[in-house]
Design a protein around this ligand. Structure first.
Ligand SMILES: Cc1ncc(C[n+]2csc(CCOP(=O)(O)OP(=O)(O)O)c2C)c(N)n1
Length: 374
């Protein structure tokens, strides 16, 4: 397996000392090593993967050195535009190394949202004319990085390292942060679901939130037709919820979002808030200050004021809560509010070890959900 410190040192030795990306579960050990060892202003966990490419472009213009941009292959889509229309050698020609976690690699069992993405990952890189090397546990780091950096720098273009599962050795984050709110995400999910009416619609975000929604319905002995699980398309959950709310004006639509997810495409808040005729849109952000589902890497969400942002974007009711009674009251208020209501629930990161995954397929979910909407 690749030792995280050897990989990091091999990069810095070759002049790559600026790191940016959005975390991925397959890359969590190398991300944790970078978090612990790179100076704070040289490691930026970006809002989305496209923004990381932007940071790498800017850094190259100013330093003349390529950066490392890490991401899950799910997030590669967010980079297509800045890679092709700025970094590409047909445009500005900006060298950088892309470190891409290969979820859904053919032949390896993975969740439905990763299967197609995994199958086409190599083809996508080829179509974009991005040279790449597949990294696995036996890869010789020195020769691989020599080759990757040589091509990136001499041909002035991005070069990708597509990383197989279990390529990196385990590394435990030392700079881990903790908080002491009464609830964790699952506690918040349960509290909100307990307060919903029978015809309320739920749209839940990517990662463990949707898994916890699914498992709580099972625990309650309920079926799953009330919930749309946004298993992919991180950051677009509230847009999906808004699309439903516009059409189903007589029913409340509750969006269960995450802080990483909201940050990823925060521009959508402005569009949600400005939908003046929409009175049934209820946006709940479960803020654990982290990308908890992929390893707990920090977001900036405990340091920014989501309520002020939502208010500024035109949401008509805005609140933040962390204790149980307060959350219950705020949910009751948002349910009866006629407008675009926003509630931030602050929680601790972390999840159960034995948290399962949906046992129904996305298509079964869609069919049941559409019927519930009718
Ligand atoms: C576009 C994209 N980038 C990255 C990922 C990998 N990913 C899945 S869940 C997740 C973290 C979500 O963080 P947040 O919304 O704060 O929810 P939490 O996991 O903390 O509950 C990430 C980065 C993804 N699925 N899609």
């Amino acid at each position: 397996m690749i030792n995280t410190s050897s990989f990091y040192n091999a990069l810095t030795l070759r002049g790559i000392d600026f790191f940016t990306g959005v975390p991925d579960s397959l890359l969590k050990d190398i991300c944790a090593y970078i978090s612990d060892n790179a100076p704070e202003d040289r490691h930026i966990i970006a809002a989305n993967e496209g923004a990381s490419v932007g940071l790498a472009v800017g850094n190259y213009l100013a330093s003349g050195k390529p950066s490392l941009v890490y991401m899950q292959n799910s997030g590669f889509g967010n980079t297509v535009n800045p890679l092709l229309s700025i970094a590409d050698d047909d445009v500005y020609g900006i060298p950088m190394l892309l470190l891409i976690g290969w979820r859904g690699e053919p032949g390896k069992k993975d969740e439905p949202q990763h299967v197609k993405q995994g199958r086409v990952s190599e083809e996508l890189l080829k179509a974009m004319e991005i040279p790449y090397i597949v990294l696995n546990e036996n890869t010789n780091i020195d020769s691989t990085l020599d080759e990757a950096i040589k091509v990136a720098v001499s041909e002035k273009k991005p070069f990708a390292l597509l990383v197989r599962k279990n390529s990196f050795e385990k590394y435990k984050l030392l700079k881990d942060s903790t908080s002491s709110f009464p609830l964790d995400r699952e506690g918040a999910v349960k509290l909100v679901i307990d307060q919903l009416k029978d015809d309320d619609i739920v749209v839940s975000t990517t990662g463990k939130t949707s898994r916890e929604v699914f498992e709580y319905r099972e625990e309650l002995g309920q079926t799953h037709e009330k919930d749309f699980l946004t298993v992919g398309a991180m950051g677009h959950t509230s847009s999906i919820a808004l699309g439903i709310a516009i059409e189903k004006k007589d029913r409340n639509v509750f969006c269960f979002d995450g802080d990483g997810s909201v940050l990823m495409h925060m521009g959508s808040l402005a569009i949600n808030g400005m939908m003046k005729d929409v009175n049934n849109f209820k946006h709940i952000i479960i803020n654990n200050g982290a990308h908890d589902s992929v390893g707990g890497q920090p977001t900036v969400a405990f340091d920014i004021d989501f309520s002020k942002i939502a208010e500024g974007c035109g949401y008509t009711s805005v609140a933040s809560a962390s204790n149980v009674e307060d959350i219950k009251n705020k949910i009751a208020e948002m349910a009866s509010h006629k407008g675009r209501a926003f509630l931030e629930i602050k929680v601790n990161k972390g999840a159960r070890e034995n948290l399962g995954r949906p046992t129904t397929t996305p298509k079964e979910n869609k069919t049941a959900f559409k019927k519930f909407l009718r």
